[in-house]
Design a protein around this ligand. Structure first.
Ligand code: ASP
Length: 400
């Protein structure tokens, strides 16, 4: 049986278990926690070793520069599309109309979005080990890129170090496969926990936001990802989505795109034939700077809260949302609940009452499952595009 089928069954059994045996659910919860810990333990050594290896296999700096620029530009463009779709869906579907909430005194001392200089300086670690211990992925990426470039610069003298990282990367791939084999059980427990915690009652009043976010996500996935995969990468979109199914399901149940990284990497290499030098660079970057699902959610929620409080948003408000959301998505890690914190930043940037966050927070876990799945799809799509444009996609997979 294929792994994604097993995971899917685990998910369904988990949903049924959580609904039927609410009281027994706490007994299975540790299995879910164990799975999350197991995939988290892979992240730093996996990214570090595979990224160093990816860079050393690209020996010339021109290639590296070209791929970085391409990756960055595509990531940013998909995020801008996502936030625009989120805003449009919010405007068209009116999820918050009719709630008639009264705005409390607006919080003037709200935090501003981080400045561009702050975001950039934050990329460079002053202590690489601290960055690893704290799991600061962007800083780990920067250190790994520097390490890879330095290895390339000194050539033969660096052979033992290069070989060491190549071998470490292989070991980490093998460890990833072990952890993925445990995914069906872990995901069963994670789903049981969510279903037991959220009754239908929590959902009904906010069903409209959930549906609007779902509509926005579907539009984005079909138009931007489906379109990008078939028109730009000339790749069958059904094969693409099937190939990343395991990653989508792990993202859905763990709500962390950084946590899903080992699985996404595995899917892109094993199922879609993308070379390791591309996945090792483009995916970790995407897991931290590219959050399309989160951007859609932020667009929908900002419009929802404005409508719920009867506040009219101006054109300049919309532009501010697009700008802040794009910047915020670069500076925030792909961990559970991060999007909610970013939402408060966006709301303060346009002066919406932060109390509105409480409404969203009650169902945030469910929204997070949706947005994290979209985030991971987006990372995978961009990786495929970059791989295709660099001829780093195995032909056998394209035509299969
Ligand atoms: N949980 C999301 C992710 O890891 C981030 C978010 O909360 O929006 O991609």
């Amino acid at each position: 049986m294929k792994t994604w089928v097993k995971i899917f069954i685990g998910m369904l059994v988990g949903i049924a278990f959580g609904a039927l045996f609410k009281d027994a659910t706490p007994y299975v919860v540790p299995l879910g926690d164990l799975f999350i810990k197991a995939i988290k333990l892979l992240i730093v050594p996996l990214i570090f070793s595979s990224l160093v290896t990816g860079i050393t296999s690209m020996s010339d700096l021109g290639t590296l520069g070209r791929i970085s620029l391409k990756t960055f530009v595509i990531y940013l463009s998909t995020t801008v599309c996502a936030i625009s779709i989120g805003l449009l869906v919010g405007i068209v579907l009116h999820p918050g109309t009719g709630m008639h909430l009264v705005a409390p005194v607006v919080d003037k001392a709200a935090k501003a979005a981080p400045s561009i200089a702050e975001t950039l300086l934050g990329l460079v670690p002053s202590n690489p080990f601290k960055a690893m211990v704290e799991g600061n992925i962007l800083q780990v990426i920067i250190f790994a890129v520097l390490m890879g470039i330095s290895i390339n610069l000194i050539g033969d003298k660096a052979t033992p170090v290069r070989k060491f990282f190549e071998s470490l990367a292989e070991v980490m791939y093998s460890m990833t496969a072990i952890v993925i084999a445990f995914a069906p059980v872990g995901i069963f427990a994670l789903m049981a926990k969510v279903v037991a915690a959220y009754g239908l009652q929590a959902l009904l009043p906010l069903l409209q936001v959930l549906l609007a976010a779902l509509a926005g996500s579907l539009i984005h996935v079909i138009l931007v990802y489906g379109g990008g995969v078939s028109l730009l990468a000339k790749f069958n979109p059904f094969r693409f989505f099937k190939g990343i199914m395991e990653a989508i399901m792990v993202a859905f149940s763990t709500t962390s795109s950084s946590g899903t990284l080992p699985v996404t990497t595995h899917c892109m290499e094993e199922n879609l034939g993308v070379s390791k030098s591309i996945t090792s660079f483009v995916l970790p970057l995407g897991a931290t700077i590219n959050m399309d699902g989160t951007a859609i959610y932020q667009g929908v929620c900002a419009v929802f809260i404005a409508q719920a409080y009867g506040i009219d948003l101006t054109a300049s408000n919309y532009l501010t949302i697009i700008f802040t959301a794009t910047l915020a998505s670069i500076g925030t890690a792909g961990v559970p609940g991060a999007g909610l914190i970013m939402l408060s930043m966006i709301m303060s940037a346009i002066g919406l009452p932060l109390e509105g966050i409480a409404l969203i927070a009650s169902i945030d876990r469910l929204l997070d499952m949706l947005r994290t799945s979209v985030n991971v799809c987006g990372d995978a799509m961009v990786t495929l595009l970059v791989a295709k444009s660099e001829n780093e996609l195995e032909e056998a997979y394209e035509t299969a």
